[in-house]
Design a protein. Structure first.
Length: 417
């Protein structure tokens, strides 16, 4: 197991470059096998989730060459094999191979995906979408078997605007016959990024980023060059850290519009932000006004920033509230933050924070990726040393987190125990 040790209350100053988006990359890599020739994806973060997906592509027979931030994939020798269970279980996004292999080979067999335990995480909407396109689905207890003689465009209404289902249906529909409409589609920037990638390959997708996506099926897709958008959740996490302990703390390579739900809330709380065209500078203050947030689909307040944001409420003078509406198990960081000195009451999916609180270093557990990010933020603001266990969760999603924070003055190290 890896642990992280952080000595808190250092003033962080300097610049952090934001990496490519994890949640785009984890869809773009599986989507690559839809092309008939080489694709190059630039700005893919070096995190364990992308490593595992590259391993899966290689298992299927793709040639994957990684040169710093670019990944070149030759998908022409892809075979339709069952990805081993141990690999599939390593992350949630392995389910994107379902849509991609179904689209390309019209048949896929896959073990259930793994990933953070932040909720039940069903995939019924993905499967209903595949069925609408003409596939039949059987489940042998451990695996899904999805088969189609041919895929035909269909009008699909999503009961929930699911990110995963929207992307997976796009992957299956780009090579289907005729026109597909995805109604009540999710509008996250990662979906637009994936649609642009597929269009660069020759797909015909319109409306990505709105709630109605229209896809005209094509017969084949060719190679292309594509760039991953900056990670808006990594951006938000570092801005929150800046608001806790930053001084002239700059994050760059960002798309400020993608983090507007966060930055407008921070401005309301009195956080000192300078928002440029591709950068944001934060200067921390000793205290902020209390705030209430409710997580929503994009462009609302992102559930993935709810956990790191909670830490900032320790600096707020009075009562703040956080309501989680997407994942029923996304409050696992709260007991850890209480151990560090925060005063929190929980009632169902609403947490009430009584601030201000003095944070103190102690031993805490990272239960999932963004809970881990919240603990890093708390540890940087806390007095004394914090030890975070199960750091593997954090390394799944934050490229070079130790190096990036060390460069701006943090006292942080990872140890293997
Ligand atoms: C993606 C992100 C994750 C983020 C989430 C919401 C990736 C790899 N992960 O997850 O970081 O927290 O979006 O912004 O991009 N649902 C169903 N049936 C389905 C699919 C989803 O009921 O078939 C429900 C889920 O249980 C959840 C809600 O819909 O309550 C949203 O899930 P979804 O948008 O699909 O999240 P993911 O794509 O898994």
């Amino acid at each position: 197991m890896k642990i992280m040790k952080i000595k808190g209350q250092e003033r962080l100053t300097g610049t952090i470059k934001i990496s490519g988006a994890k949640n785009s990359s984890v869809a773009l890599l599986p989507a690559s096998l839809l092309a008939d020739d080489d694709v190059t994806i630039c700005n893919v973060p070096e995190i364990t989730d992308t490593d595992v997906l590259c391993e899966m592509l290689e298992f299927l027979g793709a040639d994957v060459r990684r040169a710093s931030e670019s990944v070149v994939i030759s998908p022409d020798k892809i075979e339709n094999k069952i990805i081993p269970k141990e690999l599939t279980k390593k992350l949630r996004a392995s389910y994107y191979f379902m849509g991609a292999l179904l689209g390309k080979k019209k048949h896929v067999e896959m073990y259930l995906p793994g990933g953070c335990s932040i909720g039940a995480r069903p995939i019924d909407l993905h499967l209903k979408g595949f069925e609408s396109l003409g596939a039949t689905i059987t489940n042998d207890g451990e695996k899904y078997i999805v088969d189609a003689k041919e895929l035909k465009g269909a009008h699909i209404y999503l009961d929930i605007a699911s990110v995963g289902a929207t992307i997976n249906i796009m992957l299956a529909a780009v090579l289907a016959k005729g026109k597909t409409i995805i109604d009540n589609a999710a509008k996250e920037p990662e979906i637009v990024n994936v649609a642009t990638y597929l269009n660069n390959m020759g797909a015909r997708i319109r409306g990505a980023g709105t709630s109605e996506i229209r896809i005209e099926g094509v017969q084949k897709l060719h190679g292309c060059y594509h760039e991953v958008i900056p990670d808006r959740i990594e951006t938000g996490t570092y801005i929150i850290i800046g608001a806790l302990v930053g001084e002239k703390f700059k994050v760059y390579n960002v798309i400020p519009e993608h983090v507007e739900a966060l930055t407008s809330k921070l401005e309301e709380m009195g956080v000192d932000l300078e928002i440029g065209s591709d950068y944001i500078i934060v200067n921390s203050k000793d205290s902020y006004k209390p705030a209430n947030i409710k997580t929503m689909v994009y462009p609302g307040f992102p559930t993935d920033l709810q956990q790191p944001f909670s830490v900032l409420l320790s600096k707020c003078m009075g009562t703040s509230k956080v309501e989680e509406t997407i994942w029923e198990n996304r409050f696992m960081h709260l007991p850890e933050l209480e151990k560090m000195g925060m005063d929190i009451e929980r009632s169902g999916m609403v947490a009430t924070f009584h601030g201000p609180n003095k944070l103190e270093g102690t031993e805490v557990q990272a239960t999932d990726l963004r809970a881990g990010a919240a603990l890093v933020a708390a540890a940087l603001a806390a007095e004394g040393e914090t030890t975070i266990y199960n750091v593997e969760h954090i390394l799944r999603g934050y490229e070079g987190i130790v190096e990036k924070l060390t460069d701006v003055g943090a006292k942080i190290k990872i140890e293997e125990i």
